[in-house]
Structure formats: C-alpha cells, structure tokens
Design a protein around this ligand. Structure first.
Ligand SMILES: [Zn+2]
Length: 163
C-alpha cells in the first residue's frame, strides 16, 4: 500500500529483477506485478517454503520504501498468503493472516504499488489478526489506525481483492 502523503504522488520507481549483495547476503528485489487478473486470484496457504518469499518481499518493500508501506506476495508473483508491512517503523511479516475481529468502520483512500491512482475503500479502525510469525508460531495481535489499514489492504490482496 502507498503512503497518501506527498511522496505518494511521485511516480513509482520501476525496478527490474535485481540482485544486490549486502553484508555477504544475496538480496532479491522482485519486479512488481501489475496484471490484475493474476492479482485477482485467491492466494494459497503459505508454508515453510515461503520463508524465502518473505525475504524477497521484505527486500522489495525496502526498495520501494519512499512510497510503499506494505506488500503481499502476489505482488511479486508468488500466489501465497504472505504479507509484509511497516509497523511503527519496523517491518513485520505475517504468514496466513486472517482478521478475527473488527470494529469502527470508516472510509479510507488508498493507493497500491500494483495499480494506478488512489481509490476509496472501507476499513476498520481496529482489527484483531491471527497469523504465523517468521518462526511459524501462531500469534494473535490487535492493531489500530494506520497499521491496521495497511494490514487490511494486504490481507485483501491475499483474497484477490484490489482496492
Ligand atoms: Zn496493494
């Protein structure tokens, strides 16, 4: 999901598939998928073999840091239920996230790295999310406000829902 602040009006930088070596670790910045028929598919459950997907997602999110605050795996061409997002300044990964409680509907305006422009959508102010963390441990956590909005946008991607 985009920041709707001034940096969001800048055109998204385009990255082709790129390798970069940092601290001896090969990083993989993946190309952003913009094919809406691919993005409209429901994603499959994520498994241990998606740890690499999460790594690539984090690298790709970092490469788009100026304008992007969250991504789902299908945006890099992997149709699995993995999302990454900024949570109070730190990147967080969720496998198989699902919203189990929600409250406080409001109308938001969002942008997406995979889509042109911004669109209006309905979101919840507070959500409780069940997911697996990077160690594939089950977790339940409540989020509010901006972070909750990003998570809802990315979980929608897992359902094949675009704003
Ligand atoms: Zn999006």
């Amino acid at each position: 999901m985009f920041r709707i602040q001034p940096p969001a009006v800048l055109p998204a930088r385009r990255h082709s598939e790129a390798h970069k070596r940092e601290n001896g670790v090969m990083r993989m910045i993946r190309q952003i998928v913009r094919d809406t028929s691919f993005l409209s598919q429901r994603a499959e459950p994520a498994g241990l073999d998606d740890l690499e997907t999460a790594r690539d997602l984090l690298d790709t999110l970092a490469a788009h840091r100026e304008e992007c605050v969250g991504m789902a795996a299908n945006m890099i061409g992997v149709n699995r239920r993995v999302i990454v997002f900024e949570n109070e300044g730190e990147d967080m990964v969720m496998f198989n996230p699902e919203i189990i409680r929600e409250s406080g509907p409001y109308e938001a305006e969002e942008g997406c790295l995979s889509l042109p422009g911004t669109r209006k959508t309905r979101r919840w102010q507070t959500i409780k999310v069940r997911y697996q963390n990077e160690l594939f441990q089950d977790r339940i956590k409540t989020f509010t406000g901006w972070t909750a909005e990003i998570i809802q946008h990315e979980i929608d991607h897992c359902e094949g829902i675009l704003i």
